[in-house]
Design a protein around this ligand. Sequence first.
Ligand SMILES: [Zn+2]
Length: 259
Amino acid sequence: MAPAPTESPTPAPAPNSAALATPAPATPSPATGTPAPATATPAPSSPPASAAEPLPRVVTAAESRPVYELDAGRKVVAITVDDGPDPRYTPAVLALLDQYGIRASFFLIGENANAHPDLVREVAARGHHIANHSWSHPDLSGLSAAKVRDELGRTSELLGRLTGRAPTWFRAPGGGWSPTVLKVGAELGMRPMAWSVDPQDWATPGTDVITKRLEKELRPGAIVLTHDGGGDRSQTVAALKTFLPLLIDSGYRFTAPPG
Ligand SMILES: [Zn+2]
């Protein structure tokens, strides 16, 4: 099957994949424990070229409201994948997306990203959109502004360090949006993304049920919520195996949010 073209909802400045391909700042690889061979040339001791932290993207008031759907006038869909990365399921989801040439958005949990940094880099290197899903997946709407800032800020810092690009979108766990959550997210330069299609795959209702819910609720402009972490996600992976080719056969194009 031919790979599906990826569309941008707006005249995109630069494809996200290009930006995401920016190499992360050089960090010592934990895998290579051997010390560097001594050379006559002293190692440069200058700080990284861009020592100054880039300012967060300015989020307007209109942009600080959760986005539930994309342009319903076009046959586009955004696949979003939450709660990873998880070494048990994320590679399988990546392989499926590769197989069908689909670019998706991964809303990563900071704790999981911290445990599996190579998987975060892998998701970004394959051109998918990396977004912030808090550090420890609490109901952010029940937290103080300081705690929300800690949950979102730590995660953005980590994802930015791992991928070379700070997230510009976030999603409150369980859709726990509150004025405080939206305000802090905006201050950190992120727009809130909700969803319009929820097959409740997290409750493991069975592959067929997940697939049928996806098919039934799908419509142009949908933002589809799925999970590759947080529990046994083998049913989700199996449902995507059926659902993704069906989307392509139905003429859908795939989009990730603009950076
Ligand atoms: Zn979640």
